[in-house]
Design a protein. Structure first.
Length: 271
């Protein structure tokens, strides 16, 4: 039977654990939300501020995955993440690294990282093997071949089933599922994302912790007519609903505000 929780550097996620909070830091200046970018030399202060504000862990990315972003080379991504992780070595901060490339993961493993965030859901066999060999827990996003290529609720469930099967084949026991809310492929519409959010509770049927990763995303902006910098209120409203629908962890650009949300939510649940 699949376990109901995942442990990341002694941090229990899912099961009877409280809802966990993942802060987002990008060392990619091209990221869609500029407020998430931390330049070289600023990673430590940003990470510590997030922990002080209530983050349980940090997710670090060095390559933007926003639609239309100009690509960077694997070597550049590796150099960025190497410099960023060098600032955080020895801090004891629980870290996941968002990458799809085994060459980048190899560089990351020279540092103190505790999980891998794979937006392709272990679909790439070479990378999947590298992740499995690392022994690290995984945040695995619903994908068939490319990140977020499942369109619609039924396809997303099929993609999550594929992810679960990949983890079983690779003997990865510690993982969190991500249903891939967001404009990952051109075929996706905002209504597709709202459908996933309305049915978020159903993703718990896989018996794994589920990640809510909706912070400041396009479909919220489409509804409200707001740019990423003005999507905080919409993000918080939706996050409340997803936590109520079973999210075990929230991935957020806005740690302080989201931590307050989670405290209020837990207070309201008390008898």
């Amino acid at each position: 039977m699949r376990q109901q929780h995942c442990t990341i550097n002694h941090l229990r996620v899912g099961g009877d654990a409280p809802v966990r909070l993942m802060g987002i830091i990008n060392c990619s200046p091209e990221s869609f939300y500029r407020g998430s970018y931390a330049p070289a030399g600023g990673l430590y202060d940003r990470a510590m501020a997030m922990l002080d504000s209530g983050a349980d862990m940090i997710d670090l990315g060095a390559r933007s995955t926003a639609p239309g972003t100009l690509p960077i080379t694997v070597a550049e991504e590796a150099a960025r993440v190497d410099a960023a992780l060098s600032e955080l070595d020895g801090t004891g901060i629980t870290l996941s690294v968002d990458t799809r490339h085994p060459e980048v993961l190899e560089v990351c493993l020279r540092h103190e990282i505790h999980a891998v965030n794979d937006i392709a859901g272990l679909a790439d066999e070479r990378y999947a093997r590298a992740v499995a060999d690392s022994g690290l827990p995984v945040f695995a996003m619903a994908s068939f071949k490319e990140p977020g290529d499942a369109v619609g609720l039924a396809a997303t469930r099929e993609a999550l089933t594929a992810v679960v099967n990949r983890c079983a084949r690779l003997e990865i026991d510690e993982y969190v599922l991500d249903p891939a809310v967001g404009r990952w492929v051109p075929e996706r519409t905002s209504e597709d994302d709202w459908e996933l959010c309305r049915n978020f509770k159903s993703f718990s049927a896989f018996g794994r912790p589920v990640l809510a990763a909706v912070s400041r995303k396009t479909f919220i902006g489409d509804l409200l007519g707001r740019v990423p910098e003005d999507r905080l209120a919409g993000t918080l409203a939706l996050t409340t609903m997803l936590v109520g629908a079973g999210a075990a962890m929230v991935r957020s650009h806005d740690v302080g505000e989201t931590a307050d949300l989670l405290r209020v939510y837990e207070k309201m649940r008390q008898a």
